[in-house]
Design a protein around this ligand. Structure first.
Ligand SMILES: Cc1cc2nc3c(=O)[nH]c(=O)nc-3n(C[C@H](O)[C@H](O)[C@H](O)COP(=O)(O)OP(=O)(O)OC[C@H]3O[C@@H](n4cnc5c(N)ncnc54)[C@H](O)[C@@H]3O)c2cc1C
Length: 497
């Protein structure tokens, strides 16, 4: 895959953020390589079905189809013109800064971090002298190595779903809510006949209504939060009439499909021997305790469950970018604190597709100006800046309304498996804390092996942290995904070539 010509900009992730950035930069004379692990562009929100399925009505499971048509047409034009190279099925496992640049930057670093934390963009060094090497795995078994060299990098790798454990959550038939959506959009299949959609967060709405529209009987949408809490955020709501209309649209679809909405409820157990046959849901009191006597069993063969989203930060972390809380902080131009590295979309904080588009657009403009050695003019993207401000305020309001259900840990029995890769139970995690004195996630991991398996803790980390009573902090992972030893062994030669 080594690009014959060096890409001036490597964009990692072809979702709304990466697409908007690639198009803005390419439109301003930057040669872009757009790299994505999926077979087609679109990311999570505009996930396209496999070309071989030949969907007759591809827009059916989608919202914002017109925007997607505009983006995909523009991408096709730029690819045809040779300004964007689109590498599909490429899984990036590491982005390296080249050594010459690193030496130079090490001297500047302390001063730069201070400037970044204080006033943002002003004295940020522009891009790079040495550039970057993007390492990916490709091929049918994702075992073939490939590299792209670039002067600047945009991280637009999106986010992943958080699912908290409860008794029975490992039964076949229990799937992630976003996973159900991905099946629907990507493979045009439904996960079962009768579903309960549960957890917390706005993603549950498109999942429940999408499943129902595809013919699944959705027995209930079980939301642990109380959406009426939105009323306390009237300002953020008033600034986003489009979002209010979107919410009303979902309410109408819930009614049309006769989906019972149970707010301030939670799933307390999933039942079944070999696979899911029913769930028990219960009402929560204001303190997050189950209201005695409110339990109700709902027969179903599918439980689509999700408790919000977390940003992908591995590549940023391995590049040396600051990670704040669980996201990558950026300045007004979407620059990270590492010169030459920009970030946009859910990598910088979860906020939805429209916010990702605005951030990507801003990043693309900024990158083009900086690569051309000019000072960017923020007036060129003032509309996107306005959208970004309003959408960030809106997503901050969402965060306070849709917090994970309080006291969820109390409902996790000791024999519930928490880390699926290593089959570590909640009882083992509790014993590591109560009997062996573990005080942080890393020590729990060393004592129990929770998080040491294939997913390297990406799935179980929030659960382990919650059960151990520790704060969830970003765990340092050298590589963004597992890599065959043979590829690692050959990496040095490739990098220096
Ligand atoms: C499973 C799932 C389903 C979702 N469904 C919806 C929905 O129906 N409606 C909704 O409003 N929101 C949905 N979301 C939220 C959605 O993520 C955002 O609103 C929006 O898509 C974010 O845009 P983005 O560009 O930041 O990231 P994304 O759209 O997530 O795009 C990121 C892209 O980066 C690629 N990528 C990530 N890591 C690598 C890597 N190491 N190497 C190469 N490529 C990489 C991914 O393949 C992906 O194409 C969903 C999220 C998830 C996780």
């Amino acid at each position: 895959m080594t690009a014959a010509e060096r890409a001036r900009l490597a964009v990692i992730g072809a979702g709304p953020a990466g697409l908007a950035a690639a198009l803005a930069a390419a439109g301003r004379g930057v040669r872009v390589t757009l790299i994505d692990s999926a077979p087609r562009a679109g990311g999570q929100f505009y996930r396209q079905s496999a070309a071989g399925l030949r969907a007759r009505r591809p827009r059916v499971p989608h919202h914002g189809w017109r925007t997607w048509e505009r983006l995909s047409r523009a991408l096709a034009d730029q690819v045809e013109a040779g300004t964007i190279t689109h590498l599909t099925d490429h899984h990036v496992w590491l982005v390296e800064r080249q050594e010459r640049q690193e030496r130079q930057e090490r001297q500047e670093r302390v001063e730069r971090v201070e400037v970044f934390e204080g006033s943002g963009a002003a004295a940020h060094p522009s891009t790079s002298a040495g550039g970057f090497v993007v390492h990916a795995l490709t091929g049918p078994f994702q075992e073939e190595p490939g590299t792209v060299r670039a002067d600047a990098v945009l991280l637009a790798t999106g986010g992943y779903e958080k699912v908290l454990p409860f008794p029975g959550w490992t039964l076949p038939g229990v799937i992630a809510a976003g996973g159900a959506q991905a099946m629907l959009k990507g493979s045009l299949v439904v996960p079962g006949r009768t579903a309960v959609v549960a957890g917390t967060g706005p993603l549950l709405l498109p999942v429940a209504t999408g499943l129902a529209a595809a013919g699944v009987e959705v027995a209930a949408l079980v939301e642990s939060a109380d959406p009426r809490a939105f009323l306390r955020h009237a300002g953020a709501l008033a600034a986003q009439p489009g979002k209010v209309a979107e919410g009303a649209g979902y309410a109408a679809r819930l009614l049309r499909h006769r989906i019972r909405l149970r707010t301030r409820h939670t799933v307390v157990e999933a039942h079944g021997e070999d696979r899911l046959v029913a769930v028990t849901v219960a009402a929560l009191d204001p303190d997050g305790r189950v209201r005695p006597g409110s339990e109700r069993r709902i027969p179903c063969d599918t439980l689509a469950v999700g408790h919000g989203m977390l940003p992908h930060t591995d590549l940023a972390d391995s590049l040396g970018c600051r990670v704040e809380g669980l996201r990558v902080p950026v300045d007004e131009e979407q620059r990270t604190d590492v010169p030459g590295v920009w970030a946009a979309g859910e990598t910088t904080g979860v906020g939805g597709a429209a916010l990702s588009l605005a951030e990507g657009h801003i990043a693309g403009h900024s990158i083009a100006a900086r690569l051309h050695g000019t000072e960017p003019d923020p007036r060129e993207w003032s509309a996107a800046t306005g959208s970004r401000t309003r959408l960030r305020a809106f997503s901050a309001a969402l965060d306070t309304v849709y917090a994970p259900p309080a006291r969820w840990t109390e409902r996790v029995t000791d024999d519930t498996v928490v880390c699926r890769c290593e089959e570590v139970t909640a009882g083992s995690v509790r014993a590591a804390v109560d009997e062996l004195g573990a005080g942080d996630v890393r020590t729990v991991k060393l004592l129990t092996r929770a998080g040491m398996g294939w997913c390297q803790g990406r799935m179980c980390e929030p659960a382990v942290a919650g059960l151990a009573g520790c704060e969830q902090v970003p765990v340092r992972r050298l590589l963004a995904r597992p890599v065959p030893l043979g590829v690692l062994a050959g990496t040095e030669a490739t990098t220096d070539g």
